[in-house]
Ligand binder design. Structure first.
Ligand SMILES: *Cc1c(COP(=O)(O)O)cnc(C)c1O
Length: 488
């Protein structure tokens, strides 16, 4: 019973309230974006004592005040790495396009189910137009398709499920898949989730260029066959997370064809560079894959939450995911509209209830136009080439690999190859990373490549331009003097 003492706020606010609430959020969004370039990439202050505990509080019985609640949320937002900064060069920077956020808001308000074509044919077409466009960028022929998922990890997972179902059938414990130590860890995770034991994942050696060694690959598949195992899948990477290295994709495709293996290309980081002339050159061979992972929340600058699995033959993805549900029976027959065949996205991945996921990609593409994206990616390749040139020219730094895309790794150059010298340089490299990040103007991350501790720099954010890159390169040079000249 509702009484004076338990008055609640209606779940559907009055229109005038909706506008007021929306304005409050919009005002904050603009303040947030206007301040983004000046805020430190790493939060300077730790969260005050008790703040985390306060954030764990359960919801109250009575209504709250939006301003006070958003104040609290804003404080929590400030106590986090700022991935939207032009100085964000750690990991693979996620995007955060404003128009995509608007699309999300509108998609949530209108709240359409885009899982079965019959329920929302035009929105299924809208989303499929994005998928088909992505497939075209990958160089796949018409008829290719796929599905938007929440990220690259999910795309790698569904790709392995599709390959497993297609090549091994239901008894698959003797199947073996091949990758290199430079392959993203989400692939090994996906293999485990797909039911494979760790022994089914073969880590093939890579060459000094960090690309998978073809001879070692062929040898491994031959040995496994001899042992009575069933090789079924090669994972090639089009832009590794460590250094942006690209596996020899045309050769992998040739091996896959000759040995009747599925070729999956993980292009979560690098794939969108195919929008550029240089990217198409460097990512040649992707068009021969059976399946490809893209991550529009990286190379298409979308806010976090969108990955894509692109399939040469989407029916194989459907075959792996389709299960009969009595309540969905009548929808199977209705997938052709205007003579166009549309996918049931819910049958191409693990999810049933799916939001209008395509709008967050479709709206920015149609609003900004594709040229704006191509220009951004070309700019990133230019910036990375420039950064590599400057870092390589610094005698205190060791920059072993020329970036094929927009990621590079470097360290403080050891004075000789005695273990002591290497240990000392590693300590200096760690200190260098801390000192660079300490300025708050850039966030770089670290990795270990072939046993060497390296600093990674990845230029992919749409807010990163020449001015910030120059500033960061100056900082690196200055701090390298600080730590490097002390080496004995
Ligand atoms: C980021 C990345 C992934 C994982 O994608 P998520 O979107 O983080 O799940 C997989 N592979 C590569 C090469 C990546 O760069």
């Amino acid at each position: 019973m509702i009484t004076e003492s338990n008055l609640f706020y209606p779940l559907e606010p009055a229109p005038s309230d909706m506008l007021r609430l929306g304005r409050e959020v919009m005002d904050r969004a603009l303040t947030f974006i206007e301040g983004i370039a000046d805020r430190p990439v790493l939060p300077v202050e730790a969260a005050p004592q008790g703040f985390i505990t306060a954030m764990l509080a359960p919801p109250p019985e009575q209504p709250g005040d939006l301003t006070a609640l958003l104040d609290k949320v804003d404080k929590a937002i400030r106590h986090a790495i700022e991935p939207g900064s032009p100085g964000m060069m750690a990991y693979v920077p996620p995007g955060g396009l404003y128009v995509s956020a608007l699309a999300d808001f509108y998609a949530r308000v209108t709240n359409r189910f885009v899982g079965m074509a019959l329920i929302s044919p035009a929105l299924t077409a809208l989303e499929d137009s994005v998928v088909r466009w992505l497939a075209g960028i990958c160089g796949l022929p018409p008829g290719a398709g796929g599905v938007l998922l929440t990220g690259g990890s999910m795309a790698n997972f569904s790709a392995i499920i599709a390959a497993r179902h297609d090549r091994l059938g239901e008894r698959f414990q003797d199947g073996v898949l091949y990758m290199s130590a430079q392959t993203h860890h989400s692939v090994a995770k996906a293999a485990r989730l797909a039911g494979f034991p760790a022994s089914a994942v073969r880590i093939v050696a890579h060459g000094p260029d960090l690309a998978i060694d073809l001879q070692a690959l062929s040898q491994a598949t031959a040995e496994d066959r001899k042992r009575g195992l069933r090789p079924f899948l090669i994972i090639g990477t089009a832009g590794t997370t460590n250094t942006g290295a690209v596996d020899p994709l045309p050769d992998l495709a040739t091996i896959a064809a000759a040995e009747d293996l599925w070729l999956h290309v993980d292009a979560a980081y690098g794939g969108m560079f195919r929008l550029t002339e240089r990217g198409r050159q460097r990512l040649r061979g992707m068009e021969r894959a059976h399946s490809i992972t893209l991550d529009p929340h990286k190379g298409m600058f979308l806010p976090m939450g969108t990955g894509a699995l692109i399939m040469r033959d989407p029916s194989r993805l459907a075959a792996a995911h389709e299960v009969e549900g009595d309540y969905l029976h009548d929808m199977r027959s209705a997938q052709t509209f205007d003579g166009e065949y549309l996918p049931n996205f819910a049958e191409l991945g693990p999810e049933l209830t799916r939001e209008m996921r395509g709008l967050r990609a479709w709206l920015p593409l149609h609003f900004h136009g594709v040229a704006a994206f191509r220009h951004q990616l070309d700019e990133k390749l230019d910036l990375a080439a420039h950064a590599h040139k400057r870092l390589s020219a610094d005698s205190l730094l060791d920059v072993p690999w020329r970036p094929e895309l927009s990621t590079m790794a470097f360290r403080v150059r050891p004075k000789g190859d005695a273990p002591d010298a290497i240990r000392e340089a590693e300590g200096a490299t760690r200190e260098l990373l801390d000192r660079i990040n300490g300025h708050g103007r850039a966030l770089l991350s670290s990795t270990v490549i072939d046993g060497k501790f390296m600093i990674r720099l990845c230029i992919l954010h749409f807010r990163t331009h020449a001015d910030r890159v120059a500033e960061v390169l100056d900082l690196i040079a200055q701090e390298a003097r600080h730590v490097g000249t002390r080496l004995t």
